[in-house]
Design a protein around this ligand. Structure first.
Ligand SMILES: Cc1cn([C@H]2C[C@H](O)[C@@H](COP(=O)(O)OP(=O)(O)OP(=O)(O)O)O2)c(=O)[nH]c1=O
Length: 649
């Protein structure tokens, strides 16, 4: 059965999977794709250190696998000596007329051999890697290697990336033209704390050897896994959902010259209406019935059929409703639904409505939406928080996102209603933005009243609690003795650094109006040694001495001229050999892939003067002030980490 229209669309194309992975073959076959398998001969030996991010490495490896197969198949075609163009066309047509055995549904049954390699229309390559703190783990070379991978992953959360490349090939004269599309998908996987004995038992099962990271989540390895956030099939080797969306983008939004003859092997679309109308027409006896039938649905007019077939699938409708889902979450949080259910659950809609002082009908609908969004569990006994909601949504939880959600609802939401003007003018929508200097951004906007300031500090505090540990441990910083977190706000990252590195003293440097309110956010004194707070403005006042400076989600707030001004001041204080750690959401160079980062960048357009940047852009900013990037790591959170060293002037 084919559920996704675009998979059906590929029926008349020669699709080749450039992979020997049985998992990929199975996933694509199950989805109803017809393809052949031509394993790539590309040796997976690219220099990992030359890639800004692990997923850039996976994408490039996937691309090289696909290119190898596309080129080999093309050469196989054109190596036939003495063949004329006419004969080639005839031969291709002959091949096209061959029965489906040429394009088997279960491609893995018959891998293509060199002799029947003719130019493909589409070649798909993929590469799956496991990453932990910036380290890329591929398939283990032996049992000891599997042990070293699994013991690294033991008890920790890691990322699994699959890079995918789709090459659309066309052959003009003897030239192979290729249009290359790429994407990646990330899934977070957490291992339980496992004993040595269990790890070795697992290794002796033989399962780890042909799998990235040394485990197979779909089989015995599933027992090692505590949770998975994201696409499960991505871990198994192929992100099917993202792949279908990409295909829809490539094939359903383009002019439809290559629409295959209607072939409804599962759910007939327009034909259903016509058949129904025919039956009705006949049943009602007549010509009149037929004449009244809307012509648009008739077989003679093929346009509606094409239109229906080429409509973008549901993701667009989901996107249209995206704001409603956000607002439902905001409202349920604000009305303290998750707080209530954290203390008492399950509760029925009537009871909840009464406790939050709202109408029963309205509350019921809101609760059902929350259940559909995966925030509540609905059973016959009533509603309860899901695990996800319990962790992040009640206002008093350790990792509560409640303050951030309230901030988004009360401020960001308003800013976004004026997105069009921000896009037209290219400036912040923040009241008073016009005519004010960029320098007064925080004073004007976030700290204009005590309430607003506290709301902002709480939101930032809740966000940094989610990322601080990963940022602090993305690189080994144990050689530093003093660090200064510029704009370090409530000190969440500073405390995490002090905890991770017993020899490190950390100074948080932030505006006096911020620091006067941070005491309520501090852990007990006993749990917070070696962290101190110094008031000051990093654009004006002298910076505390340190051998490691930190800018966590700071550069994003400023346009290039202000970022240069700040970096120049840090460069003036940082001694050669000292370092600067930058924690930011790093965009890919083409600004195509990182959707959360791109949305944040849009947010910065409406709310401030800043923007998110790519690694190349950060590299250029830093280089202009004598900093050379020595490493960049994905943390699996919304921020990535760049470590740069101050070179000798
Ligand atoms: C993490 C994980 C990986 N894997 C597999 C998927 C991939 O097949 C493999 C990663 O190796 P890859 O190099 O991505 O793929 P491959 O060598 O199997 O095939 P080819 O290079 O020909 O495309 O690990 C699982 O099956 N389960 C898992 O849980």
């Amino acid at each position: 059965m084919v559920l996704y229209p675009v998979i059906r669309r590929l029926r008349n194309k020669r699709v080749v999977l450039a992979s020997a992975s049985p998992r990929r073959q199975e996933i694509l076959s199950t989805a109803g794709l017809r393809f052949e398998v031509v394993p790539s001969r590309f040796k997976e030996k690219l220099n990992k250190a030359s890639f800004p991010t692990p997923y850039a490495y996976a994408i490039e490896t996937a691309k090289q696998k696909a290119l190898d197969v596309a080129r080999r198949m093309h050469q196989g075609e054109w190596k036939r000596e003495g063949e004329t163009e006419k004969r080639r066309c005839e031969r291709e047509r002959d091949i096209d007329r061959l029965p489906p055995a040429r394009a088997p549904t279960r491609a893995r049954e018959e891998p293509a051999t060199e002799k029947d390699l003719r130019a493909p229309d589409i070649v798909i390559g993929a590469d799956t890697i496991v990453t932990l703190q910036g380290l890329i783990l591929e398939k283990p070379v032996d049992k000891q290697d599997a042990y070293s991978m699994l013991s690294r992953l033991n008890g920790k959360e890691h990322s699994v990336f699959t890079g995918v490349t789709i090459i659309q090939c066309s052959c003009r004269d003897s030239r192979l033209d290729m249009e290359i599309s790429e994407f990646h998908e990330e899934t977070l996987v957490k291992f339980s704390q496992l004993s040595e004995e269990l790890l070795w038992d697992y290794i002796h099962s033989g399962e780890p050897m042909d799998k990235a990271g040394g485990y197979g989540i779909q089989a015995l390895g599933g027992m090692l896994v505590e949770y998975v956030h994201g696409d499960f099939l991505n871990v198994v080797g192929f992100p099917l959902n993202h792949f279908c969306k990409k295909l829809a983008e490539l094939y359903l939004t383009r002019p439809n010259e290559d629409l295959p003859p209607a072939e409804h092997d599962s759910i007939p679309a327009v034909d259903t209406f016509e058949n129904l109308s025919d039956a009705e027409g006949r049943g009602q006896g007549g010509a009149q019935g037929q004449a009244d039938r809307p012509r648009a649905l008739g077989r003679k007019n093929s346009v509606p059929s094409r239109m229906v077939d080429s409509l973008p699938p549901t993701p667009l409708l989901e996107l249209l409703d995206g704001f409603k889902a956000s607002k439902a979450l905001f409202t349920a949080c604000k009305m303290k639904v998750f707080d209530l259910l954290q203390d008492e659950a399950p509760l029925g809609a009537a009871e909840i409505a009464q406790r939050i002082e709202a109408s029963e009908g309205g509350t019921g609908r809101l609760l059902d939406v929350c259940a559909a969004l995966g925030l509540l569990e609905k059973t016959d006994r009533g509603y309860s928080n899901t695990e996800l909601a319990s962790l992040y949504l009640p206002s008093g939880g350790k990792y509560s996102l409640h303050p951030l959600i309230v901030y988004q609802d009360e401020h960001t939401w308003d800013f976004f209603t004026d997105l069009e003007s921000a896009v037209r003018e290219g400036t912040s929508r923040h009241r008073g933005a016009q005519g004010r200097t960029v320098d007064s951004l925080f004073q004007d906007r976030f700290y204009q009243s005590q309430d607003r300031k506290l709301q902002f500090l709480r939101a930032m505090h809740s966000l940094s609690k989610l990322t601080a540990r990963q940022v602090a441990t993305a690189f080994d910083l144990s050689r530093f003795t003093s660090a200064c977190d510029l704009g370090g706000c409530t000190g969440t990252l500073a405390h995490e650094l002090a905890r991770a590195y017993p020899g490190l003293k950390v100074t948080v440097f932030d505006l006096p109006e911020v620091l006067e309110d941070v005491s309520g956010f501090q852990p007990d004194r006993a749990r917070a040694p070696r962290v101190s707070f110094v008031p000051g403005d990093f654009f004006q006042d002298s910076l505390p001495e340190a051998d490691l400076y930190i800018l966590s989600r700071i550069l994003r707030d400023w346009p290039d001229d202000k970022a240069h001004a700040l970096l120049s001041r840090i460069s003036g204080s940082c001694k050669p050999g000292g370092c600067l750690l930058v924690a930011e959401t790093v965009l890919d160079e083409q600004k195509r892939a990182a959707r959360p980062g791109l949305l944040q960048s849009l947010d910065l357009l409406v709310q401030s003067w800043g923007r998110e940047r790519s690694l190349g852009e950060y590299g250029r900013l830093l280089q202009a002030h004598g900093f050379e990037i020595v490493g960049a790591a994905r943390t699996g959170t919304i921020v990535d980490v760049i470590l740069a060293t101050r070179t000798t002037p």
